[in-house]
Design a protein around this ligand. Structure first.
Ligand SMILES: Nc1ncnc2c1ncn2[C@@H]1O[C@H](COP(=O)(O)OP(=O)(O)O)[C@@H](O)[C@H]1O
Ligand SMILES: O=C(O)C1=C[C@@H](OP(=O)(O)O)[C@@H](O)[C@H](O)C1
Ligand SMILES: [Mg+2]
Length: 175
C-alpha cells in the first residue's frame, strides 16, 4: 500500500513527499519525473509537442506502472492527477491518499518565488491571473481532492513531516 500525495501545484507534494519518504525510510517517486523519464520529454515539452490529452493519458499509465511496485512507495502526484481517468479511485484502492490542502493566496506566494516555465498550466500568468486560475481550479478539483483518506494542512516543514507520518500511521491502523 503506497502513500500518494495529492493537491494543487505549490501545495508541497514534491517537497514534503521527499521529506516524508526520508523520514519513513521508503523510496520516493515524483510522478512528473517518472512521466518525463518514460516519454523522454520534459513536462513543458510534453504539453507543447503532444498536448494535454496525451499528457493525461501518459500520466494515468505511469501512475499505474509505478504503483505496480511490490515495495511501499511515497508517490508525489501532479496537481491534476486525481481529476482524470479513474486515477483517484485507483489510488484509494492501492494505498493511502493524502490531500495537502493549501489556500490559493499561499500557493500564489510560493509559486511566485519559482520559475513558472516548468509548470505549463501556470506559465506566463501575472499574480492576479495566477490567483484567479488557482481559485477557480481548486473549486473544480476539490470534489476529487476531498476523496482523499487524509486531508492535511501543511505548515512548518519539519513539523509537517512528523505530524503527517503520525496521521498516516493512525489512519492505516484504523483501516
Ligand atoms: N509547507 C511549505 N511551506 C513553505 N513552502 C513550501 C511548503 N511546501 C512547499 N513549499 C515551497 O513551495 C514550492 C512548491 O513546492 P512543490 O513541492 O514543488 O509543490 P508541488 O509538487 O505540490 O507542486 C517550493 O518552492 C517549495 O519549497
Ligand atoms: O495542475 C496540473 O494539472 C499539473 C501539475 C503539475 O504538477 P505539480 O502539481 O507538481 O505542479 C504537472 O503534473 C503538470 O504540469 C500538470
Ligand atoms: Mg510537484
Amino acid at each position: 500500500m503506497h502513500i500518494y500525495l495529492i493537491g494543487m501545484p505549490g501545495a508541497g507534494k514534491t517537497t514534503l513527499g521527499r521529506q516524508l519518504a526520508a523520514t519513513l525510510n521508503l523510496p520516493f517517486i515524483d510522478l512528473d519525473e517518472a512521466i518525463e523519464k518514460q516519454a523522454g520529454l520534459t513536462i513543458p515539452q510534453l504539453f507543447e509537442q503532444k498536448g494535454e490529452a496525451y499528457f493525461r493519458q501518459l500520466e494515468s499509465e505511469v501512475l499505474k506502472t509505478v504503483s505496480d511496485s511490490a515495495e511501499r512507495l511515497v508517490i508525489a502526484t501532479g496537481g491534476g492527477t486525481p481529476c482524470f481517468s479513474d486515477n483517484m479511485a485507483f489510488m484509494n484502492k492501492n494505498g493511502t491518499t493524502v490531500y495537502l490542502r493549501t489556500e490559493p493566496d499561499v500557493l500564489v506566494q510560493r509559486l511566485l518565488n519559482q520559475e513558472l516555465s516548468q509548470r505549463p498550466l501556470l506559465k506566463g500568468k501575472s499574480e492576479t491571473e495566477l490567483l484567479a486560475y488557482l481559485t477557480q481550479t481548486i473549486t473544480a478539483r476539490q470534489p476529487f481532492y476531498l476523496q482523499a483518506g487524509i486531508i492535511f494542512e501543511a505548515r512548518d516543514n519539519m513539523q509537517a513531516v512528523a505530524q503527517l507520518s503520525a496521521f498516516i500511521s493512525r489512519f492505516e491502523s484504523s483501516c
